[in-house]
Design a protein around this ligand. Structure first.
Ligand code: ADP
Ligand code: ASP
Ligand code: MG
Length: 588
């Protein structure tokens, strides 16, 4: 007999008919002899409706009261589904997060799961009961030991389900939703998006945190860390869906499920070079021309960064392996002869990266990396961040010193630190999926002092307010008075608090100012094969150029390329990029 955890999202529980249909499905799986723990979300758009009610009373509702309010949504679903199961003759019982023993930290609205005290669940399973548990919520032991209801953040029922599966050592965790599984992109926007049979946790983590709402990224993080078999499938049919795969299953203690040491490892890649093009024209097609020509010249580009434009010109910076510098310079020279601009390049650089799924949503990690480097007197030439990795390009002579200092700060042991790691090419596709994130705004801080530690101060100021910077880009250009501009994106919901904190910080730097850019979206291509394929970024930029869409910012990590573009082109860009990588049905 297998123990299965099944999660049904709001889209699968939109009406009483749907709840009855889900109950039928659960009953038939139970009849096959399985033990079942069912996790549910609030019905349909219930959570949005509750949020709307609160906003009619106040613009800034207290976080505790929001948790009290929003947790009622899931309580409606557990009771109704349990009633429907009982009507069918299934022995079922509903449990809130608190009753199920889901213990979280106390941060209202975004609590992480610390542990699940499974005694009650196990007793009920032993009695042959089917359990229906409220997702998205838990309990914290508040001040004075008083229990407080907490919620995990929007979309968090997926995380409840996977955490339960990890704690109960379930055979499988199945996420039932309104699409057939994980698709190459959002099928609501791109009609010919294709179902993936499988996807790696690393790729899914990137897609989920860059806008693919089908899975909560923290659920993927737990599945990856604990080796939970995770399947996403439709609640409307009986097809196989998508299975998530992970390379290595770490064995972690079940205590502190989402609170392990956030950094798993540190690596140093030597013999890197940076090429910076400045004052090149700011118009659609420029990035496409440049990266196509580099790819034709046989250059494999690693990180790419383009800051927000200044007047009508742009700067683009990229990194390559040092031995490709001559080829890259030759291509760049040809390029600027036709469009104008200047080239500079630097050798003897090293890329230092920290990685770990626990970096996600913890802005303090990147800021303490920057702080450590700054304290060691190491200047950061370039920063690239993804949800699970933060990379800094630094002077090669200081590489080993950086390795030691950073290793100490994150308490890493020798086997967690690698020098020049070999990455295997498993012939994975260069691009597996595309995600569109409409939930970001773009902010630039202009004329900040150009000295080590500035990016770090910005990040730590925001990290103190628990605000993550998503795409950080430092302009390569020096302004006249030794100042720089830094641009980044952040979640719309963090805007008010971020602006407040930054304005206070900027008041210390004379002449600096904060600018909110026009409304933007982030569009990202993700694929494990990207580091082994030349020209991926160029193809993406060409797809945008063909539509005359200008790129505001570019940021990449090893397995993704992200462009920030004007909001009005978001869906059009998604369709074009999806099709340029031939991801749609009948395109491959
Ligand atoms: P649930 O209520 O089941 O949790 P969600 O609305 O949270 O459902 O997630 C499912 C939705 O995610 C789909 O309806 C789809 O529009 C959207 N989505 C975005 N990107 C993808 C993708 N790559 N694959 C599948 N669905 C996606
Ligand atoms: N009901 C919550 C939400 O809408 C949690 C979830 O659906 O996963 O965000
Ligand atoms: Mg969801």
């Amino acid at each position: 007999m297998a123990l299965l955890v099944q999660k049904f999202g709001g889209t699968s529980l939109g009406s009483i008919e749907r709840i009855k249909a889900v109950a039928q499905r659960i009953q038939s799986i139970k009849e096959q002899g399985n033990d079942l723990v069912v996790v549910v979300s609030a019905m349909g758009h219930a959570t949005d409706q509750l949020t709307q009610l609160a906003s009619e009373i106040t613009v800034d509702p207290p976080h505790r009261e929001m948790d009290m309010l929003l947790s009622t949504g899931e309580q409606v679903s557990i009771s109704l589904l349990t009633m429907a199961l009982k009507e069918l003759g299934t022995q079922a019982i509903s449990l809130t997060g608190t009753q199920a023993g889901i213990i979280t930290e106390s941060a209202h609205g975004r609590a992480r799961i610390l542990e699940i005290r499974t005694e009650r669940i196990k007793n009920l399973l032993d009695q042959g009961k089917t359990l229906v548990i409220a997702g998205f919520q838990g309990t914290s032991l508040g001040i004075g030991g008083i229990d407080e209801i907490t919620t995990l953040g929007r979309g968090g029922s997926d995380t409840s389900a996977v955490a339960l599966a990890a704690s109960l050592e379930a055979e499988k965790c199945e996420i039932y939703t309104d699409v057939p599984g994980v698709l190459t992109t959002d099928p609501r926007i791109v009609k010919n998006a294709q179902l993936m049979e499988s996807i790696s946790c690393d790729e899914m983590l990137e897609l989920a945190s860059l806008g693919a709402a089908v899975l909560h990224p923290r659920a993927v993080e737990i599945a990856r860390n604990f080796g939970v078999t995770l399947v996403v499938k439709s609640s409307w049919d009986n097809l196989e869906g998508t299975t998530l795969t992970s390379k290595k299953n770490h064995i972690f203690s079940k205590c502190g499920i989402e609170h392990r040491s956030p950094v798993d490892g540190l690596e140093l890649v030597e013999n890197q070079a940076v090429v910076a093009l400045s004052n090149i024209p700011d118009r659609p097609g420029i990035a496409a021309d440049l990266f196509e020509s580099l790819s034709e010249g046989g250059v494999n580009v690693d990180l790419i960064i383009q800051a927000t434009h200044q007047l009508d010109s742009n700067d683009i910076t990229f990194t390559i392996a040092e031995h490709e510098l001559i080829k890259a310079q030759a291509q760049c020279k040809k390029f600027i002869t036709t469009v104008g601009g200047e080239i500079s390049s630097q050798k003897n650089l090293t890329k230092l990266s920290i990685y770990g799924a626990g970096i996600m949503g913890r802005p303090g990690i990147a800021s303490s990396l920057f702080q450590t480097l700054s304290d060691a007197g190491i200047n950061i030439r370039l920063i690239a961040t993804s949800e699970v990795k933060v990379s800094c390009v630094i002077d090669a002579a200081l590489g080993k010193k950086a390795l030691r200092s950073v290793g100490e700060v994150f308490k890493l042991v020798e086997k967690q630190m690698t020098l020049n790691p070999m990455i295997e090419n498993n012939n994975e596709p260069e691009v597996r999926g595309i995600a569109l994130d409409k939930d970001q705004i773009q902010i630039s801080v202009k004329n900040v002092p150009d000295k080590p530690g500035i990016a770090c101060t910005l990040c730590s100021t925001l990290a103190e307010k628990n605000i993550s910077l998503d795409t950080i880009v430092q302009s390569e250009r020096n302004n006249k008075n030794h100042t720089k501009d830094i641009s980044f994106t952040l979640k719309k919901s963090d805007k008010k608090h971020a602006k407040y904190a930054l304005e206070e910080l900027l008041s210390n730097w004379k002449g600096s100012k904060l600018e909110e850019g026009e409304s933007i979206v982030r569009i990202s291509a993700v694929g494990s094969g990207m580091p082994f394929t030349k020209g991926t970024a160029g193809k993406m930029f060409r797809a945008l150029a063909n539509q005359k869409i200008n790129i505001e910012m570019i940021a990449t990590s090893e397995i993704r390329t992200t462009c920030i573009i004007s909001e009005k082109y978001g869906e059009q860009a998604l369709k074009e990029i999806h099709s340029c990588f031939k991801l749609g049905k009948n395109e491959s």
